[in-house]
Design a binder for this molecule. Structure first.
Ligand code: NAP
Length: 304
């Protein structure tokens, strides 16, 4: 394989772990290549994206704030990207006449689902899941959960009027995938209005808000009093990986609940992207080594 040129576009790009993840993947697989950060402002995106394609770059990850904006600049969208309404991976694919086609994918969905342990994933058709937040990552979460025919999802948000589009877009995804998933929206402050007046009806809880993210490590989106109303077999999945163990996950662990952090989602979305770019299958045996490297980096410099 020739030298593999990869990267990530976003603005700003100070806190990405993706360069380390992909450097480690290339090292472990013996692939000769590079993964560079391309900090591109929203104003510069329409001009700079086509230029990247001309520089022999095989593909890029896309992060905040470009995941929705780049959709319109793609020549082709994967079914997942179309469903989620967001692109996190672009493949620059030369066609036979020498044009470079921009193919948009969404590997956040697969990353999120693969991060979910099978004990949580297998019973989703009988599970009611509570999702905190309704931003970009909540949409990838919703798409994965609807694809898995999850029984019901309730989004709890601080501003329901602003979040209305998540459930209306979810209805379209349900229709496309012929999924029975029920979708509800409640105000975070009114969580006690959920059936039963507490969280006992939920099999799992997913935090997609940045509450608890470095440097606000001591914050949690829910109190321990609220969490202790979850069933004893419930799981709590925090998409945050910086810190590796958020306040929310510490509270969940103290209550004996299954706690899952965002590191595996990050690793799996990266693996799926790398497989698209390189055409290589990444063996599952590499996941532990990748997790170890990223954890070490996060412990060494929690703000990088
Ligand atoms: P986003 O698009 O900005 O969405 C954030 C959501 O959280 C919005 O619904 C926002 O509500 C809500 N929110 C923000 N501050 C809040 C607060 N103080 N209280 C209650 N709700 C609040 O961000 P995102 O891209 O979805 O990312 C969210 C988190 O997920 C980040 O911590 C990010 O690091 C993490 N993440 C992890 C991975 C991974 O691979 N593990 C991937 C993607 C994201 P408003 O609309 O009212 O502002």
């Amino acid at each position: 394989m020739s030298f593999l040129k990869l990267g990530i576009i976003g603005y700003p790009l100070t806190h990405s772990l993706s360069p380390l993840l992909h450097a480690e993947l290339m090292r472990q697989l013996g692939v000769d290549g590079e993964y560079r950060k391309y900090e591109i402002s929203p104003e510069a995106l329409p001009i700079t994206l086509p230029q990247l394609a001309q520089q022999g770059i095989r593909g890029v990850n896309v992060t905040i704030p470009h995941k929705v904006a780049v959709m319109h600049a793609m020549d082709w969208l994967s079914p997942e990207a179309e469903l989620a309404g967001a692109v996190n991976t672009i493949v620059f694919q030369p066609d036979p006449s020498g044009n470079i086609l921009r193919q948009g994918h969404n590997t956040d969905i697969a990353g999120f689902m693969r991060g979910l342990p099978s004990s949580a994933r297998n019973p989703l058709q009988q599970s009611h899941v509570l999702v905190l937040g309704a931003g970009g990552s909540a949409r990838a979460v919703m798409t994965g959960l609807i694809q898995a025919q999850t029984q019901a999802i309730t989004f709890a948000v601080r501003n329901p009027a602003k979040a209305l589009s998540i459930t209306s877009d979810g209805q379209l995804i349900k229709k496309t995938l012929n999924s029975p998933t029920q979708l509800n929206l409640v105000a975070l402050d009114n969580l006690s209005d959920t059936p039963g007046g507490n969280l006992s009806g939920f099999a799992g809880l997913i935090n997609t808000t940045p509450v608890g993210m470095y440097p606000n490590n001591i914050q949690s989106p829910l109190s321990s009093l609220q969490l202790q109303t979850l069933p004893s077999h419930a799981w709590v999945y925090d998409l945050i990986y910086r810190p590796v163990e958020t306040q929310l996950l510490q509270q969940a662990q103290a209550l004996g609940l299954t706690a899952i952090n965002g590191l595996d989602m990050l690793i799996y979305q990266g693996i799926c992207a790398f497989e698209l770019w390189s055409g290589r299958q990444v063996p599952d045996t590499l996941v532990n080594a990748l997790r170890h490297s990223l954890q070490q980096q996060l412990e060494k410099s929690p703000n990088q």
